[in-house]
Design a protein around this ligand. Structure first.
Ligand code: DHB
Length: 308
């Protein structure tokens, strides 16, 4: 019998597939569709204190190989998501709230609101690349660690952090060691590569409008970058912090690679733009790989890369 279920602390996911926050998770209808699919749970669109319309269009460009976005955090506001969480509880799948503040203090207000609801877990988004005039919190390690330490005092719910890619092993090691100390339950690796651009040669202009036409890079090209982050984080955290692998997940084979790298679950971003049907395909394809390799459960292969 193949069992694709996994746990992060007390939360049980019947399959290891999630949406990557941002895709197909802004309205109640979209979230409902994810919960009706073969996804094991749902991560909501990153919520802010106030509702936001986001950046001007065109703000998303998609090809088979990559996507570039500068959405600018369009979302319906924390109060809306807290309210619909209680309705969506009926699916009995983990509901994860992704949230981001513009200032340090806003993270605490948001966490207090979310803590008082039917959300099962929190994903702290320290890696949004698209806020004009703002840096990425996660590139300021001291501030990030301070925020997380305080959030741990505010909520007892399962708590994870969405990180951007880093360019050196030392930083990943430092973060993994600090997260062990802080008792962070999971990390989501990774958000989009922050600086992506593509030029439409016919019109001689960039394909998106906001932020000088430069936005977060996602999709297939992100997978090698993301796999390296997962492998290193898994190693430096001694496999003690659960990882959600995100970046270029399209097939069961991609999912299997993330499992070998050390990710217990995966999030689907760019490919989910075509709709939640992808989750049943991923399930069939991963089950086929497990059958052929005579694997019963994900934990048996988690981080089990072979040496040369
Ligand atoms: C947006 C993009 C991100 O990559 C993210 O983590 C949060 C928000 C956005 O532009 O909406």
């Amino acid at each position: 019998m193949i069992d694709l279920s996994v746990r992060i602390k007390n939360l049980k996911f019947e399959t290891p597939f999630l949406n990557a926050s941002g895709v197909w998770c802004t309205t109640e209808n979209e979230i409902d569709e994810i919960l009706k699919s073969e996804a094991g749970g749902v991560v909501f669109k990153t919520m802010t204190l106030e509702k936001r319309v986001g950046n001007p269009e065109p703000r998303l460009y998609v090809t088979d190989d990559f996507s570039i976005n500068s959405m600018g955090l369009p979302n319906l506001g924390v109060d809306y998501y807290c309210q619909i969480a209680s309705k969506l509880k009926k699916y009995q799948k983990p509901l994860i709230a992704s949230f981001a503040g513009f200032k340090e203090k806003e993270f605490y207000i948001l966490a207090e609101k979310i803590d008082n609801t039917d959300f099962d877990g929190l994903e702290v988004n320290l890696s949004c690349p698209n806020l004009e005039g703002k840096g990425i919190f996660a590139y300021d390690l001291d501030l990030s660690f301070k925020i997380l330490k305080n959030l741990k005092k505010i909520t007892k719910k399962v708590i994870g952090v969405k990180l951007p890619p880093y360019n050196d092993r030392e930083t990943i090691k430092k973060i993994a060691e600090k997260f062990l100390q802080l008792k962070i339950d999971f990390v989501t690796l990774i958000n989009s590569y922050p600086l992506g651009a593509f030029i439409d040669t016919k019109n001689e202009r960039l394909v998106i409008k906001p932020n000088q036409g430069i936005g977060g890079l996602g999709g297939r090209v992100l997978k090698p970058i993301s796999l390296a982050q997962v492998i290193l984080f898994h190693k430096f955290s001694q496999g003690k912090i659960d990882i959600i692998g995100v970046g270029g997940v399209e097939t069961g084979d991609d999912v299997y690679q993330y499992i070998l790298a050390g990710a217990k679950l995966v999030g689907v971003g760019t490919r989910l733009l075509k709709g939640p049907k992808i989750f049943s395909n991923l399930k069939k394809q991963l089950e086929k790989i497990f059958r052929e390799k005579k694997i019963n459960k994900i934990e048996d292969k988690l981080g089990q890369l072979k040496d040369y």
